[in-house]
Each structure stands twice: as C-alpha cells, then as structure tokens.
Write a protein that binds this ligand. Structure first.
Ligand code: 5GP
Length: 121
C-alpha cells in the first residue's frame, strides 16, 4: 500500500489542520485525541511517512525509532500515567481497526482500563 499524503495526521504534521499538542521532538509529535476514550488519551506519531507500526519498524532509521519511542516515554511521564499504569497500543490495517493510515500509538490512562479489549469470537 502506498502512503496516503492526505491522511489527517500527515495534514497535522504540515500544519494544515490544528492539533492540541502536548510534546514534540525531532522525530515525533504528540497531541490529544479528538475523541478521547480515557481521561488521558494522547496520540504519538512519527514525523516520517509510515503507514503503520509494521512499516515504521521495518523501514525507519535507528534515530527515528529511538526518537519516536523516547517521545512516547516522555509523554507518558509528562501526563502522569506511568506510576498507576496505562495502555499503549497501535492499530494496524483493516482488521486492526486502523482509521488513520499514518503510524500512531494511543497512550491511554488516568483510570482503570480493564482487560485488554478483544472482540468475542
Ligand atoms: P486509529 O483507529 O487509526 O487507531 O485511531 C485514530 C484516532 O485518531 C482515533 O482515536 C480518532 O479519534 C483520532 N482522530 C481522528 N481524526 C483526528 C483529528 O483530526 N485530530 C485528532 N487530534 N485526533 C483525530
């Protein structure tokens, strides 16, 4: 699949659409999810054009990978969700329910989230 330059997160990176930014470094941008599922619901995205965590892991440089995951840790600490725990997840593709085809991780916390969500077979 070819990366879609017009996806919403790509447009946020180009400043065409605003976001509620909480952190940025050379390789990543973090902002509040527009439709939060928990008291803390932040999205962290790489600045490079990668459509999923699979694409990112396979093709990003070591500096990009390091810079991205350092940002995830920084934001978790910044948001105060490290001590009590949180959920960090990334949806991939159609079966994973990925709506926006630019790699992102969801940081969810601030409340007990219960068991990981599985669709019942
Ligand atoms: P996915 O389903 O792809 O894993 O998650 C996409 C997430 O992006 C959803 O939680 C959705 O609420 C969020 N989202 C979609 N459009 C926007 C937007 O324009 N701004 C922000 N901040 N979040 C968005």
């Amino acid at each position: 699949m070819t990366y879609d330059q017009n996806n919403i997160f790509s447009r946020i990176l180009r400043d065409e659409i605003p976001c509620n930014k909480v952190y940025e470094n050379e390789y990543a941008l973090a902002f509040h999810d527009i439709a939060p599922h928990a008291p803390v619901h932040i999205l962290v995205i790489p600045k490079g054009a990668y459509e999923s965590i699979i694409d990112f892991s396979a093709h990003a440089s070591s500096d990009e990978v390091s810079g991205f995951w350092k940002a995830v840790s920084h934001v978790a600490d910044q948001q105060g969700i490290t001590k009590d725990g949180c959920r960090i997840l990334s949806n991939v593709g159609a079966n994973g329910g990925q709506e926006v085809p630019h790699f992102h991780v969801h940081l969810l916390g601030g409340v007990f989230l219960g068991p990981i969500l599985f669709k019942k077979l």
